[in-house]
Design a protein around this ligand. Structure first.
Ligand SMILES: Cc1ncc(COP(=O)(O)O)c(C=O)c1O
Length: 324
């Protein structure tokens, strides 16, 4: 199915949020359905009028004029060759990526910074937020250090963590930054592959720039606009990355690698089946790295894989995806 997504007519498979995602659509969006008879859009004006009334009711600013939307709908109908059909169109507050969430959070915060509290769950945004989140998260690395010393009497050889904005990774790494014997690996989402545009491998393929009030690596187009990003893990689809990671990459202290959606799914299933631990799809990227790289290392090598979250939230999605 072809869909009108933002300003483009694309295949449904390319849309970040599945167009049939009812919870998303009705959670924060409005829609209209226009009948087309013999190529004629029946009561188009009335439908558009109602869309604008609905938008006003949920205080949504529509990012196009009536004429622009009408033109796009006609273009869609023409391109797909609709003669007798229904056009269902949905307007939602964003594409539900992490970038949109951060955009919305900033937008709300800046409306009333005295009475609003800005809280962010990743090491992104302007100073001091990345620093604050890193400091809170660094308990993870302190704990890893204490436990590996307690059980094995030494530091681990590797610490591996997935990187979206980078909070769980920086949390795991911070206690070891000065321990040169510990290799630190951040794993970014390669999505459908680094050669496609469907990935979110910011440190791997991005360039130094700015986003959301911070200087960091960014996946952006030539005009400096952030690129649409993709990952099977909803918490990893962000075109920027924390400034500390950008610095650590430049220093060469942390190695940034990638895992594809498929590797992530395989890792999700393997860890669930072999260990009975269901990892979040985000964390499964780090697991995928370990599954891929561990066989190349000696059996004595100690690898700590940071499981940033549980996979309960993802199990229905994975079951559907793998037709289980
Ligand atoms: C379980 C889980 N892990 C990892 C992440 C990625 O965030 P970060 O890169 O900041 O750790 C998210 C983000 O939502 C998440 O939900």
């Amino acid at each position: 199915m072809k869909v009108l997504w933002n300003e483009e007519i694309v295949d449904e498979s390319e849309v970040k949020i599945d167009i049939e995602d009812r919870g998303y659509q009705f959670g924060d969006g409005i829609y209209e359905v226009i009948r087309i008879y013999d190529g004629y859009m029946y009561m188009e004006k009335e439908h558009l009028d109602r869309l604008w009334v609905s938008a006003e009711k949920i205080r949504m600013t529509l990012p196009f004029t009536r004429e622009e939307l009408s033109q796009r709908l006609h273009r869609l109908a023409q391109e797909v060759g609709l003669e007798n059909a229904r056009v269902y169109f949905q307007v939602t507050r964003g594409t539900a990526t992490l970038k949109d969430a951060v955009d919305s959070a900033f937008e709300e915060y800046l409306k009333d910074p005295k009475n609003f509290i800005y809280a962010i769950g990743s090491v992104v945004g302007p100073h001091p937020f990345p620093k604050m989140v890193r400091d809170f998260q660094s308990i993870i690395g302190n704990e890893i250090k204490e436990q590996t010393h307690h059980r094995f009497g030494k530091n681990p050889d590797y610490i591996v963590a997935c990187v979206g904005g980078g909070s769980n990774a920086i949390g795991a790494f911070t206690a070891f930054l000065n321990d040169s014997d510990v290799k630190l690996v951040g794993v970014e989402p390669a999505g459908h592959g680094l050669e496609t545009h469907m990935h979110s491998a910011t440190l791997t393929l991005g360039k130094p720039s700015q986003i959301h009030g911070m200087a960091c690596y960014v996946l952006e187009n030539e005009a400096g606009e952030p690129l649409p990003v993709h990952s099977i893990a909803s918490g990893l689809d962000y075109p920027g990355v924390g400034p500390q990671h950008s610095f650590l990459k430049d220093l060469g202290r942390v190695e940034y690698s990638t895992a594809t959606d498929q590797e992530c799914l395989d890792a999700f299933m393997t860890l669930s089946r072999v260990e009975g631990i269901v990892p979040a799809l985000e964390s499964s990227h780090a697991v995928a790295w370990a599954i891929r790289e561990a066989p190349k290392l000696s059996k004595e090598t100690m690898i700590v894989v940071n499981l940033s979250g549980r996979g309960d939230k993802d199990s229905d999605y994975v079951a559907e995806k793998l037709k289980l």
